[in-house]
Design a protein around this ligand. Structure first.
Ligand code: PHE
Length: 379
């Protein structure tokens, strides 16, 4: 800090030596106090001590009026000079301290851009959804469209339109979950003595398969038809390792001029090899469904043992994957198609079964319990 000493004008401006000394030491002490202030707050305190109403400078200014008139001017100038010197010192110190405080704040706020980020846990598709998507993709790639239908379905579409007789055991409440949708007071239609629960055509139930969409789609669209219908289906079943009251199917339907059983076999064998790999063996065994004739079930050679027999294929070397057959003429008639000019095939894929086989999962319940420890293993 500059002192008035050595400044050519100063010494001559003070009225007496004593006063000059006092001003000089005031400047020196002020310089020390200002330099000692370590923060802006401390500096403000120092400033009010040095320059405020109680300060030596203020007192000296008040004392000017007691000086003889001829000394007053020079003394006043000397005091002002000291005041300016001190003010300037405070200003400089304030700049230094505020720069330091800003640096400290920036250092405290510093973001370490080299620190590895916290990666959020990502969800994945459910195994069954994955399988549904894959099945749809395979059929979409050979020209099939995706259709979807209601889960709450009428007796007519779920059974009657599919040529399922009134007395068929699948209609019983031991197999089918009915939604009580009859008008109040309306009585159930009397059915066969052995099956007292015959239902009205508009009675609402939870669809037991995706096949009702065969009838719904053909009713609304002219042939040719090539569709797959993924969806949830429901049966009156207790949950155990291989059964669930809700599971997933993908229905398939192809109807056109001149479609034969060879088309069915070729299409489904192609699908199985796309899904499981080119070496996959398939076989077709006779079966029965009211809505197809002839009917079959398709098996694939066991992915686990390759056909020699193991626990997963119950020692048979084969795993049943779907039901299929040529669309029954009665079904075509129900939707207004002429069975004399068009034919078709249909199939129903058990998607949960595919997911179990693909991942070697032996308990169906894992799919529905949503235990994250299980799901994470496949993410
Ligand atoms: N709907 C049958 C089932 O749920 C499967 C199937 C569909 C069979 C289409 C033949 C044709 O078991």
């Amino acid at each position: 800090m500059k002192t008035p000493e050595g400044n050519g004008s100063t010494s001559s401006l003070t009225g007496s030596m004593a006063e000059s000394d006092a001003l000089t030491s005031l400047v020196t002490d002020a310089g020390r106090a200002i330099d000692a202030a370590a923060t802006l707050d401390e500096l403000s305190d120092v400033e009010s001590t040095l320059m405020g109403k109680e300060s030596a400078i203020a007192a000296a200014r008040r004392g000017l009026k007691d000086l003889p008139a001829d000394e007053r001017r020079d003394a006043g100038r000397a005091i002002n000079e000291v005041a300016e010197t001190i003010t300037e010192s405070i200003r400089e110190r304030r700049l230094v301290l505020s720069a330091a405080e800003q640096d400290a704040a920036l250092a405290a706020d510093r973001v370490d851009i080299t620190q590895p980020a916290r990666v959020p846990r990502r969800g994945t598709h459910h195994l069954v959804s994955e399988v549904l998507d894959e099945i749809i993709d395979i059929f979409a790639s050979i020209g099939y469209r995706v259709a979807r239908g209601p889960e709450a379905e009428t007796d007519y579409y779920n059974f009657t339109a599919l040529n399922i007789p009134q007395t068929h055991p699948a209609r019983l409440e031991t197999d089918t979950l009915y939604l009580d949708y009859r008008g109040v007071g309306e009585e159930r239609t009397a059915g066969d003595e052995r099956y007292p629960l015959a239902h009205a055509p508009n009675e609402v139930l939870l669809r037991t398969h995706t096949s009702p969409m065969q009838a719904r789609y053909m009713e609304a669209n002219d042939p040719p038809v090539h569709i797959v219908v993924p969806g949830r289906v429901f049966r009156n079943e207790a949950l155990d390792p291989t059964h669930s009251p809700v599971f997933h199917q993908v229905e398939g339907l192809a109807v056109d001029d001149g479609i034969t059983f060879a088309d069915l076999k070729g299409t489904l064998a192609y699908f199985a090899r796309q899904f499981f790999g080119p070496k996959q063996e398939v076989r077709f065994l006779p079966n029965h469904f009211p809505f197809t004739e002839p009917s079959a079930e398709m098996h694939v050679s066991c992915f686990s043992c390759g056909g020699s027999g193991c626990r997963i294929c119950s020692q048979t070397g084969w795993i049943e994957m779907l039901g299929c057959g040529m669309v029954h003429p009665a079904v075509l008639e129900h939707v207004g198609y002429d069975p004399a000019t068009v034919t078709g095939f249909a199939f129903g894929i058990g998607a949960d079964r595919f997911a179990m086989v693909r991942h070697g999962i032996t308990d169906l319940r894992h799919f529905f319990e949503s235990d994250l420890r299980v799901l994470r293993q496949f993410s």
